[in-house]
Design a protein around this ligand. Structure first.
Ligand code: BDP
Length: 434
């Protein structure tokens, strides 16, 4: 399957624009009236203080100060049109991304809030304009261009200044009640700290030389199906992904939530089967990953238990820079996805609404992993403790303004610069424009 997304996007856009121009005011009903635009102002401060650096303990960290410290102000404009009327509706989505450095230099680079150039100098600013054309027939939509996909097997990461985007085409169909079908192809990847569109690669393979990975693929092909039933309390999903000549991945998922009296118990179970694909450019990719996240919600608390087990001869697979959030033990800093790694997590979320402070929440979690295999260790261990204190303003002019303080520690007894204490302060204000 070969597909030049930019050409298709242009065609779709031309069709959309001519359809919009020719049918005049009728369009207002769909294309314009249903347009939504939102501008997120995101202020992000992050400090990572490297400690106990594995075998290279003598080196305090990757930077002069043994710490990474950066601060940005970002603007995320998200515009989604409605569809032109008629049996085939056309529309367009755009994501305008721009981030400015408020603080940071060569001495303290490395939070990934910003791209770095010329000997690790963080950029003064960076950004992208991602545009996608869309077409809709009944409940089936085709999207072509660049956007931020969030699928279990390709989850664009939005954990820093600006979200990651990918380029490609996707069909999503909801024509069958309670079923969603997905199929598509990605051809390019712009990571969260990169202004350019690059070729696709596997997150654990290749070497990045001048911003380009040495092991890349032309396409990531995928398909998936999700079925929701039981009053929407149960969902089963099945997915397939293929990063051509690098890896293939199958994924099955079961999500269930069950109220029992005043308590709600939940489970999110997933199983991945990974293998090398075609020419196996990144070597053997035999992988099995089980992920289970169990929860109990009672009153203002939610308690979680996460269990994860990676087996086979390779780490869990994902496209470079995408989030690991499909895994139970994903966290701010690591997803405990190393080759043969076993991990468990205990987490507690608390909502202070009951104390008369709606909008105030607290999260604490601890994750422990063992049996990590890398080129240098065959029984590596890691552990992380993470907390988030968040407050979202509930009313008035600054309604929805959110302040989040994330404090965490990560310790790994393998690798270099892999252990650190970290603080993030994120102030985000969503402005609804349309
Ligand atoms: C998160 C990913 C996690 C990464 C982490 C990071 O889900 O797997 O390790 O970012 O920033 O969003 O290191």
């Amino acid at each position: 399957m070969k597909l030049k997304s930019s050409r298709y996007t242009l065609r779709l856009l031309t069709l959309t624009i001519s359809a919009t121009a020719s049918s005049g005011p009728v369009l207002a009903e769909g294309f314009f009236d249903d347009t939504q635009a939102n501008l997120k102002l995101r202020n992000f401060y992050m400090n990572r203080n490297f400690v106990d650096n594995g075998p290279a303990k003598a080196v305090p960290g990757p930077t002069k100060h043994g710490e990474a410290d950066e601060w940005t102000q970002s603007f995320i404009l998200d515009v989604r049109s409605g569809f032109t009327p008629g049996p085939i509706g056309f529309g367009v989505d755009a994501l305008g991304l721009y981030s400015i450095k408020l603080d940071g230099g060569r001495g303290t680079y490395g939070t990934q809030l910003l791209p770095t150039h010329d000997g690790n100098k963080p950029a003064d600013d960076f950004g992208r304009l991602a545009v996608a054309g869309k077409l809709k027939i009944s409940q089936t939509e085709l999207k072509v261009g660049e956007w931020m996909p969030v699928l279990p097997i390709v989850r664009a990461d939005d954990g820093r200044s600006l979200p990651q985007t990918l380029e490609g085409a996707q069909i999503t169909s909801k024509d069958i009640t309670d079923v969603t079908l997905y199929a598509g192809q990605f051809t390019g990847n712009s990571q969260r700290n990169d202004a350019s569109m690059e070729r696709l690669s596997l997150n654990t393979a290749g070497t990045v030389v001048h911003g380009k990975n040495t092991i890349t693929a032309d396409h990531f092909n995928f398909a998936g199906a999700e079925y929701t039933f039981n009053d929407k309390r149960t969902m089963v999903g099945a997915w397939y992904g293929q990063l051509e000549d690098i890896y293939q991945q199958r994924y099955v998922q079961l999500v269930h939530s069950q109220p029992i009296g005043n308590v709600t118990v939940g489970a999110n179970l997933g199983y991945f089967i990974g293998d090398e694909d075609g020419a196996a450019l990144a070597g053997g990719q035999n992988n099995r990953t089980f992920s289970g996240l169990f929860s109990v919600k009672t009153g203002a608390s939610v308690f979680y238990l996460g269990l994860q087990r990676v087996s086979g001869e390779a780490a869990w697979q994902r496209i470079a820079g995408t989030s690991g959030a499909t895994l139970a033990n994903d966290s701010y800093n690591w997803s405990y996805e190393g080759e043969k790694e076993r991990s468990w997590q205990l987490r507690h979320d608390y909502d202070f609404a009951g104390w008369g402070v709606p909008g105030l929440t607290m999260m604490n979690r601890f994750i422990k992993g063992t049996n990590v295999h890398t080129a240098t260790v065959d029984d590596g261990e890691d552990r992380g403790r993470e907390s988030e204190l968040a407050y979202v303003i509930q009313s008035g002019t600054f309604k929805s303004l959110a302040v989040r303080w994330r404090n965490s520690t990560l310790r790994r007894n393998y690798g270099t610069n892999s252990s650190f204490d970290e603080n993030r302060l994120i102030i985000q204000y969503p402005l609804s424009i349309l």
